[in-house]
Design a protein around this ligand. Structure first.
Ligand code: CUA
Length: 155
């Protein structure tokens, strides 16, 4: 076989792999609706503590079985440190940081986002199993980083 034939075959293989990867990306984003959590709104970090909804931290019911948890991640704690919801609750976490970048991950769930000063992060999760879920800061944020934990109690 001529060398050009191999070259064409490799080019075709590369093209097919690229097309397959694009199809998978398209299927997961459009078909399965999987997206990276993105910024939903902006807020001034200097006045965030007096800006709704962050002037009233904690959980509130927004509908039947639906809740909103408003949380501030700051050096080096989550405010409030603990929230309680009933089993089956669909909880929308609305959170931000007034100081530096923090992580916001709830162990055992797919809730995983960044808390960036000036940006509001939001993610919804339904807690189907009772128990204690740890909220963990997974972004190094200074001396007290390893102690920055909170919890969700599902009862
Ligand atoms: Cu906050 Cu690490």
């Amino acid at each position: 076989m001529k060398i050009e034939t191999y070259e064409k075959a490799y080019l075709a293989l590369g093209g097919a792999t690229l097309a397959a990867a694009l199809l998978v990306l398209l299927y997961t984003s459009v078909g399965m609706d999987i997206h990276l959590p993105s910024r939903v709104a902006e807020v001034d970090p200097a006045t965030v503590r007096t800006t709704p909804p962050f002037d009233q931290l904690g959980v509130r019911q927004t509908g039947p079985g639906k809740y909103e948890a408003v949380i501030l991640g700051q050096v080096w704690a989550f405010l409030p440190q603990e929230i309680r919801v009933p089993v089956g609750a669909e909880v929308t976490f609305t959170a931000t940081s007034p100081d530096v970048i923090h992580g916001f991950m709830i162990a055992g769930t797919r809730v995983n986002m960044m808390l960036i000063p000036g940006q509001i992060s939001r993610m919804t999760y339904t807690f189907r199993r009772p128990g204690e879920y740890a909220i963990i800061c997974h972004e190094y944020c200074g001396l007290g980083h390893q102690g920055m934990v909170g919890r969700v109690i599902v009862e």
